[in-house]
Design a protein around this ligand. Structure first.
Ligand SMILES: CCCCCCCC/C=C\CCCCCCCC(=O)N[C@@H](COP(=O)(O)O)[C@H](O)/C=C/CCCCCCCCCCCCC
Length: 216
């Protein structure tokens, strides 16, 4: 994997800039930038060690499915999350109640990343407001228990719980963001969080409106 995009150095600033570019003036979410934001996060995850490999593989798999839609013959219908939802629903390209002929629809794939974005929001808010002695593993598992865990079977919850124990402590974690001293990272997180929350909320409203929250 040497030299692949996922192995380049993580930069919180870059991820923040990408999430900024995600939103159009009319609050549509550009899929290409959304996916690029996730790629940046996967870079950080990879830098934390191979124990997170099963998590990053799943994220990369989902990113690749969305990229394939973007680059496919109907790529122009996948420019924004809103246009993707409209296109796939109008053309019966989504398995709505049980898995069938569209196991890799854009809608169900993005839903998995959307749920993970809620975990990220909760985790980063804890990280931002935590004290020097707080444990990143506790912050991470609390955020997970409040979000993603309800969508995962026991075996995944167990594996995730074990991986969380290997997250570096707060000082090393903040350093991995490549922003500067902890106070600067905290300030950057303060900038990043409203953006991440806005992207999350717009997607949440869109999916709720179309009853897409439980796609199999
Ligand atoms: C700016 C600060 C950065 C903070 C660090 C963030 C690094 C996070 C990078 C990537 C997060 C991974 C996103 C994982 C997506 C999981 C999607 C999912 O739920 N997939 C499951 C369901 O998929 P289908 O079977 O229905 O297709 C799949 O079963 C999951 C398998 C893998 C386990 C997922 C565990 C998720 C834990 C999320 C916390 C990541 C911990 C990172 C520690 C820093």
């Amino acid at each position: 994997m040497a030299g692949t995009e996922e192995e380049e150095k993580f930069s919180l600033k870059e991820v923040l800039d990408t999430f900024k570019l995600c939103l159009s003036d009319s609050k549509e979410i550009y899929l290409e930038q959304y996916v690029a934001g996730w790629r940046g996060l996967v870079r950080l995850l990879n830098s934390l060690g191979s124990v997170f490999g099963f998590i990053s593989s799943d994220a990369v798999n989902k990113i690749n499915i969305l990229v394939a839609h973007l680059k496919g013959e109907n790529g122009s219908r996948y420019v924004t999350v809103q246009s993707m939802v409209a296109y796939e629903l109008e053309n019966d390209l989504v398995d709505l109640s049980k898995r069938g002929s569209h196991p890799e629809s854009g809608c169900r794939t993005l839903l998995r990343l959307h749920r993970a974005l809620r975990w990220l929001e909760l985790f980063l808010e804890r990280l931002r407001t935590s004290g020097e002695d707080s444990k990143t593993s506790t912050m991470c598992s609390e955020a997970y228990n409040e979000s993603l865990s309800r969508h995962h079977p026991w075996v995944i919850r167990k594996a995730a719980g074990m991986a969380f124990c290997m997250i570096p402590g707060r000082p090393a974690f903040l350093e991995a963001m490549n922003v500067g001293p902890p106070e600067q990272v905290v300030a950057k997180l303060g900038e990043a969080l409203p953006l991440i929350s806005e992207v999350y909320q717009i997607t949440e409203d869109l999916y709720s409106r179309h009853s897409l929250m439980d796609l199999p």
